[in-house]
Ligand binder design. Structure first.
Ligand SMILES: [Zn+2]
Length: 143
């Protein structure tokens, strides 16, 4: 039995908790979606945009392309109401890169979302995300 949180719950709530899940692990993201759906909730799933590409280089021993999903997975989950958000182009720490390289990676993320995420609302969302990320990046690059 689903235990969805109705609008009366949200109207009387003074605190909110947001959880987001990073990287784009295919198996666990589908499982997270199932659990959230049992409670009438939508998950915030942050995916590495190039994780499914042959050119993807694993940043560590845990984030490998074999266990990451792709935009087909993200579109399926988005069509079920879950939020698909960017978690970098290749899992690089943007604060350790030159500003131009960091913003170029942000632009690649935005372009990938426009190209591969089927929800039409995503294009404007991606542009806003890219603007936000670039503005945020500027904060880290201030002397
Ligand atoms: Zn991560």
């Amino acid at each position: 039995m689903a235990m969805g949180l109705g609008s009366s719950f949200l109207a009387s709530t003074s605190h909110m908790l947001t959880l987001s899940f990073d990287d784009g692990f295919k198996k666990s993201f589908y499982r997270i979606a199932e659990i959230y759906e049992q409670y009438g909730l939508h998950a915030c799933l942050n995916v590495i945009a190039s994780g499914h590409l042959p050119s993807f280089q694993a940043p560590d021993d845990y984030i490998t392309s074999e266990i990451l999903g792709d935009f087909e997975d993200w579109n399926k989950l988005q069509s079920r109401g879950h939020e698909i958000m960017p978690h970098t182009w290749k899992h690089a720490n943007l604060t350790r890169l030159p500003f131009e390289e960091a913003t170029a990676l942000i632009d690649k993320i935005s372009a990938a979302y426009i190209k591969f995420v089927t929800d039409a609302k995503t294009e404007s969302l991606s542009c806003k995300i890219a603007e936000f990320l670039i503005a945020s990046a500027k904060i880290f690059f201030v002397d």
